[in-house]
Design a protein around this ligand. Structure first.
Ligand SMILES: [Zn+2]
Length: 384
């Protein structure tokens, strides 16, 4: 009931128009062809469902209107299909998908494996990016940056909910992390020639930090998925290919609480802070990828030509350098991945757990357009 009330408050925020972003001006060493036009979508394109909101944010007058580099930050909870969305967007000329950079330095210091198969410090792409951004690293510098990252992302939650005008002093830990992360993105932009970088970090606090940058423009793609599907995914045993062992597993109840808290933080924080905001549902992306891409194009100003999602996703070996992300999706994409909704939770997540997740998440689920009926109660199409 409380969540339902909160949701009504959130949904009462008025939508505003969107200011298209500046196209990328250059092409670099790792570059792809650059777009010559932008905003190819038309208003009204895409599935019109309650959960797929798009709106522009109020113009941020504290930020320069001219940015060569645009970051689209995919926010939400892990296991919502952000790796798929990032790969889909990386088909677009002028776009680079980098995986998840929120804990970049922790992963770099631990020599976790890039999607190309090399440890990050040895990966030709990421070693070039780090050199471009910072020169040669001093001994222990990666560990120091990892500690800075950990402190800011684990302790400074006020950044997420504080007003956009909340100052971030340059000498503070958050200010130092913001400055070094802007250097990292700008180095990626110079080396790839990309004018748009997709970061699927998902953590609201990292997005909220980035959105305060005056060096790069940051928009938010809020990706949501039915929490019962997310809960099922968190219970699966998935081998990690970036670090030893398996990806973290979580009980369905914990996942439900995490789902609510993360999505509320995106709604209450990032929605106010970024230059643009668009919310899409995993289920729509998997069923109607062209329409969802047009929706993103319309909301953000990223030029996406029709047909960008045709043929699904194929990753050429060694031609991608993503940090973290879903290894199962990456493996599937190496031999060609056709998009289709993953509905396995309907038969594989026990009905009792479905009911627990639904009870915890019902307020936001209604707002996002998800049915509250558990799969057992759903009548299959054509059976009547
Ligand atoms: Zn690599």
């Amino acid at each position: 009931m409380v969540l339902s009330l909160l949701w009504r408050i959130l949904m009462s925020v008025n939508a505003r128009s969107v200011s298209p972003a500046k196209p990328p001006p250059h092409a670099g060493r790792y570059g792809k062809p650059q777009p010559h036009a932008r905003g190819s979508s038309r208003p009204g394109d895409g599935p019109d469902v309650p959960g797929s909101e798009f709106l522009g944010q109020p113009p941020d007058t504290t930020r320069s209107p001219e940015h060569d580099l645009q970051i689209l930050y995919v926010a939400g909870i892990p296991r919502t299909g952000s790796t798929v969305l990032g790969q889909l967007l990386s088909n677009v000329p002028g776009v680079t998908f980098v995986g998840e950079l929120n804990f970049f330095w922790r992963r770099f210091a631990r020599a976790e494996v890039c999607s190309c198969g090399q440890p990050l410090p040895a990966c030709p792409f990421w070693s070039a990016v780090v050199r471009e951004a910072y020169g040669e690293l001093a001994p222990g510098q990666a560990e120091q940056l990892a500690e800075l990252e950990r402190h800011v992302l684990r302790r400074q939650f006020a950044l997420t909910l504080a007003p956009g005008a909340w100052p971030v002093p340059e000498a503070s830990r958050a200010g130092r992390m913001l400055a070094e992360r802007a250097q990292l993105y700008q180095a990626i932009g110079r080396l790839t020639g990309a004018g748009w970088i997709i970061d699927a970090g998902k953590e609201p606090i990292f997005g909220a930090l980035l959105a305060r940058s005056k060096a790069v423009a940051v928009g938010t793609i809020h990706l949501v998925r039915d929490p019962r599907a997310v809960a099922y995914s968190w219970q699966k045993l998935i081998p990690s290919d970036s670090e030893p062992g398996y990806m973290t597993r979580k009980a369905a109840g914990k996942t439900a609480v995490h789902w609510v808290s993360q999505n509320l933080l995106v709604q209450l924080g990032l929605k106010r802070l970024g230059t643009t905001y668009v919310r899409v549902r995993y289920e729509d992306m998997a069923s109607y990828p062209e329409q969802v891409l047009r929706r993103i194009s319309l909301a953000t100003g990223l030029a996406i030509e029709a047909g960008a999602a045709t043929g699904g996703i194929t990753l050429a070996p060694g031609d991608h350098h993503m940090v973290a992300g879903n290894p199962g999706v990456r493996r599937a994409a190496s031999s060609g991945l056709q998009l289709r909704p993953d509905e396995a939770w309907r038969t594989k997540l026990p009905a009792r757990k479905q009911r627990i997740v639904t009870a915890v998440c019902c307020g936001l689920m209604t707002g996002y357009g998800y049915s509250l009926r558990t799969a057992k109660e759903v009548t299959p199409p054509g059976s009547r």
